[in-house]
Ligand binder design. Structure first.
Ligand SMILES: [Zn+2]
Length: 234
């Protein structure tokens, strides 16, 4: 079977990402979570309708920097795969991956409040992930998306969480995230009471609201048949 160039290139990049996760020893969970997001963003990229969207451009930039960094890390270990991937990545530039040095990420892409907000989010995410994992081990939830997360947080963390608003559920890979102010930080995770959307696998209360598409959530109907959702952060 002859694969067209676009499919072949996407497969190669996916294989490349999968191999890379195994290289990130000790950070496998983070790597899997990030890879999951990257794959979802690849789907987003392929939607022609989102051609100039913030999400598409953001995903492309992240993939560009991650790919250029990882390909240099893996070259001494997986030379043939790195060489094949480099022929796609460097395309018009005939340079060889074997003469490259470490990739330098752009400096100061994020700073000040933005950076502080993300640092808070990453810290909270590790707490949420732990709580979800406990439920999974007990067999209460089958996947992370079956969880509803509630976070009570001191004002500084609350304000950081509030910035991300509806995108929080994508960052925490949960179906619903609610936040409220509290003197001390408290995180609780519960099994969602709602049905699972057949397309996005989120558990939502609005599944079945549409006569035409009973198996889909409102967000998927919006993305498939209407203007599409706006996601700014994740
Ligand atoms: Zn859905």
């Amino acid at each position: 079977m002859k694969l067209n160039k676009k499919i072949k290139n996407t497969l190669l990049i996916l294989i490349f990402c999968l191999i890379s996760t195994t290289l990130l020893a000790g950070k496998t969970d983070d790597a899997k979570s990030n890879l999951n997001k990257i794959q979802k963003q690849i789907n987003l990229i392929d939607k022609e309708i989102k051609k100039n969207s913030h999400g598409r451009r953001s995903a492309q930039s992240a993939l560009f920097h991650i790919t250029h960094s990882l390909i240099r890390i893996m070259t001494p270990i997986l030379s043939f795969t790195a060489h094949e991937a480099s022929e796609i990545i460097f395309q018009n530039n005939k340079k060889s991956i074997f003469t490259e040095t470490w990739y330098q990420f752009p400096k100061n892409l994020m700073q000040g409040k933005d950076l502080n907000d993300w640092e808070n989010i990453i810290e909270i995410r590790s707490i949420v992930n732990k709580k979800i994992e406990e439920l999974r081990e007990k067999g209460i939830v089958g996947s992370s998306l079956q969880s509803d997360v509630e976070i009570s947080a001191p004002i500084e963390i609350y304000n950081s969480l509030k910035v991300f608003n509806d995108d929080l559920k994508f960052i925490f890979i949960a179906s619903k995230v609610t936040i409220k102010k509290n003197e001390k930080l408290e995180v609780s995770v519960n099994k969602s009471e709602h049905q699972k959307c057949e397309r996005c696998w989120h558990y939502c209360e609005d599944i079945g609201h549409s006569e035409k598409h009973k198996e889909l959530c409102g967000r998927c109907i919006n993305n498939l048949y209407e203007d599409g959702e706006i996601r700014l952060y994740a």
